[in-house]
Write a protein that binds this ligand. Structure first.
Ligand code: NAP
Length: 218
């Protein structure tokens, strides 16, 4: 039977104090070995999803480079379609399949800008992208597994709406601090620990000075 949503894995490299970037947006928290691990994982999923701020701050390619294998579909949550024409994502959209997920907030101007690129534009949601509806549409396109690579605002939505299945987190040997530094999960947070999803530790892998933790939601 066809599933109504893809299998969702949340993925990040975090400091010991749970940050995914410094207050200035510096987010290079992975080691070379960890990048290789991540890129191998990318070859096994159908899609990689990120939020607009990560796209703007990091200008990532989201392709497979440190391993051999196919590129997953890149999915960007960008309610107003503000992604820059000069971004690596749009510049490489002829070669790498790309979906820009937007909402009703997208302007005609931005829609026309996106139409100049070979990307698929999905419009769902009033103010921001309706993630549940997006996941349903992705499942209909035979996208069965998605790696969510942040940032914290997007991670919170997946946690709050209880629409993830697995977590793979690299704990990097850094202490960053800063009340304005982005945490792995942002948003308002839960008021009680009992509201946290139940997570079961499936495996721990040591990559030199880094730890890769794999949790399943139970
Ligand atoms: N260490 C790591 O592994 C790692 C990984 C990823 C990112 N990062 C870092 O994380 C930082 C960015 O995180 P962030 O929390 O500021 O932003 P983010 O999660 O990357 O992006 C959030 C934005 O996505 C858009 N969006 C559209 N629909 C959404 C929805 N339904 N739910 C949530 N967001 C939606 C919103 O902007 P619009 O309303 O304008 O569309 C929202 O403000 C960067 O500094 C980046 O370097 C680190």
């Amino acid at each position: 039977m066809e599933k109504s949503k893809p299998y969702v894995i949340l993925s990040a490299a975090i400091s010991i104090d749970g940050k995914i970037a410094t207050r200035t947006g510096n987010s290079k928290l992975s080691s070379t070995e960890d990048f290789i691990r991540l890129h191998k994982l990318r070859t096994k999923v159908d899609g990689i999803l990120i939020g607009k701020n990560t796209m703007m701050k990091d200008n990532p390619l989201l392709t497979v480079r440190h391993a051999r294998g196919k590129n997953p579909v890149r999915i960007i949550l960008d309610s107003k379609g503000e992604i820059s024409s000069k971004s690596k994502i749009l510049k490489t959209s002829k070669k790498v399949p790309t979906i820009i997920a937007t909402s009703k907030q997208i302007t005609k101007f931005n829609l026309q800008k996106l139409r100049k690129f070979p990307v698929e534009v999905i419009v769902t949601g009033d103010k921001s992208v309706n993630i549940k509806s997006l996941l349903k549409k992705l499942a209909e396109k035979n996208i069965k597994t998605i790696l969510v690579e942040g940032g914290g605002t997007v991670n919170w939505e997946f946690v709050k709406q209880n629409i993830f299945d697995e977590l793979i987190i690299t704990i990097s040997p850094f202490l960053i601090g800063g009340k304005n530094a982005i945490s792995f999960v942002q948003g308002d947070g839960f008021d009680k620990i009992s509201k946290s999803p139940n997570l079961q530790l499936k495996s721990i892998k040591r990559l030199k000075n880094y730890l890769v933790l794999n949790y399943l939601k139970v």
